[in-house]
Design a protein around this ligand. Structure first.
Ligand code: SF4
Length: 258
């Protein structure tokens, strides 16, 4: 690894859900994901792939971590410059950081690779897993998340369901709401949520700026709007609350909004 490789550790960022969260980025050589979500705060995904690889070494992550004040963090969160499960050393790094810090570990995933046994095995070492699920149909998936062509909604749902059966920790589903779903769409989403049985569903609005190009700082929570950044059009908080109430009635699951 060259000295030019940026730190794999970033933040800490203040998270409304997690407290002071120190970020781990196993992808920071570029923006790398199996999705290209229209609202992605990274701006542009330069490598769209479903192939796992070691982008940074485990030794470098541990070395970077030792240079930070990790003791002050409430949790350690794997997210960063794309989809953490694409890092072939995810399980290894989670294990090492847990051993070293004894802090709760959170992984944010887009759920695309959860149908693979080895990915579920690795991610299950975390304490909390937040699974993205933005769509109730393949067309909604293609419109909002713009996944790699090999991915389908059914494989994503079965991956989350399988993880739910195996994983004993806290599993939340995060759903980004861009517009108010029609009643038929809400019913489809409710059925999917009931199939996957998360501990919690978090409905979010895309409030973060979307840069045109990827730049490293966009992996944190503190990027301000600048010239040329896009603001995604979305619904009001009152409309979101209506969606939450309806979904809650349909699913009987704990559903929160920000
Ligand atoms: S899954 Fe996350 S990192 Fe990937 S494109 Fe969507 S928002 Fe960006």
């Amino acid at each position: 690894m060259t000295n030019a490789t940026p730190s794999t550790i970033y933040g800490p960022v203040k998270s409304w859900r997690l407290g002071l969260s120190l970020g781990v980025d196993l992808l920071c050589v570029d923006s790398i994901c199996s999705f290209e979500c229209v609202y992605c705060q990274l701006g542009k995904i330069n490598r769209v792939t479903t192939t796992r690889a070691r982008f940074v070494s485990t030794a470098k992550v541990l070395e970077d971590l030792q240079k930070t004040d990790w003791q002050a963090a409430d949790v350690i969160t794997f997210s960063g410059s794309g989809e953490p499960t694409l890092a072939a050393n995810l399980g290894e790094v989670v294990e090492e950081i847990k051993k070293l810090t004894r802090k709760p570990i959170v992984v944010l995933t887009n759920s695309a690779l959860l149908h693979r046994n080895e990915v579920r095995r690795e991610i299950s070492q975390a304490d909390k897993i937040f699974c993205k699920l933005d769509a109730w149909s393949d067309s909604a998936l293609r419109r909002v998340d713009r996944p790699h062509e090999s991915l389908s909604l059914s494989s994503i749902i079965s991956g989350i369901s399988e993880l739910r059966r195996e994983f004993k920790g806290f599993l939340a589903i995060q759903t980004m709401i861009l517009k108010t779903p029609a009643d038929a769409e809400l019913e489809k989403l409710a059925k999917i949520l009931q199939t996957t049985q998360p501990d919690e569903v978090q409905l979010n609005l895309p409030t973060r700026p979307v840069p045109h190009e990827y730049f490293l700082e966009s992996r944190g929570n503190h990027v301000e709007f600048q010239n040329g950044f896009a603001q995604i059009r979305t619904i009001t908080k009152d409309d979101l609350e209506n969606v939450r109430r309806k979904l809650s009635e349909l699913t009987k699951l704990p559903i929160i909004t920000r």
